[in-house]
Design a protein around this ligand. Structure first.
Ligand SMILES: [Zn+2]
Length: 165
């Protein structure tokens, strides 16, 4: 992961078990732990809110609203914050469904995540795009959702289970 130890600057610290960098010189140890992330399938009447990604990884492909859990934040609060930031709406009936491992390559670093999936509902008819990371907001019926167009396997697997496709 690092070419040099971030502490003593000796070259080539060891990267062990895909999760920690250890410097044999000074003992510096840095864990690259699995990051917590959330994704929410929001139902609005008989349709679901689906996003088209505006940035890599998976630019142009479909995604669910969500993102990384902030330090000090619960998964539930993370869902509400991400939905508010991305869609400008409030959600109700937030329910945890399951979790799946995922891999998120971003700017040369591979992040291992544990994606926690939730379902929710929203009665807010109007929502606004608030971030440039979203290319398009789609409201799709169950039949219109093309699961193979989703960027991440974790979400494809969830939707296959959840929507019975
Ligand atoms: Zn060192």
């Amino acid at each position: 992961m690092f070419d040099y130890c971030p502490k003593c600057r000796k070259p080539s610290p060891d990267f062990i078990d895909h999760k920690k960098t250890v410097c044999p010189e000074c003992g510096f140890t840095l864990y690259q732990n699995t990051a917590a992330a959330v994704a929410v399938l929001v139902k609005q009447k008989n349709r679901y809110i689906i996003l088209r990604r505006g940035r890599e990884p998976g630019k142009g492909m479909l995604d669910l609203p969500g993102g990384f859990v902030d330090p000090g934040e619960s998964a539930e609060d993370s869902c509400r914050r991400e939905i508010r930031e991305e869609l400008g709406i409030k959600i109700s009936n937030l329910r945890y469904i399951c979790s799946r491992p995922n891999i998120y390559p971003y700017k040369g670093v591979t992040y291992h995540t544990c994606d926690m999936f939730f379902t929710a509902e929203s009665g807010d008819d109007v929502f606004t795009r608030q971030e440039d990371e979203i290319d398009e907001i789609l409201l799709l019926s169950k039949e219109e959702i093309e699961i193979n167009q989703f960027a991440f396997d974790s979400i494809k697997n969830l939707l296959k289970d959840k929507l019975g496709a």
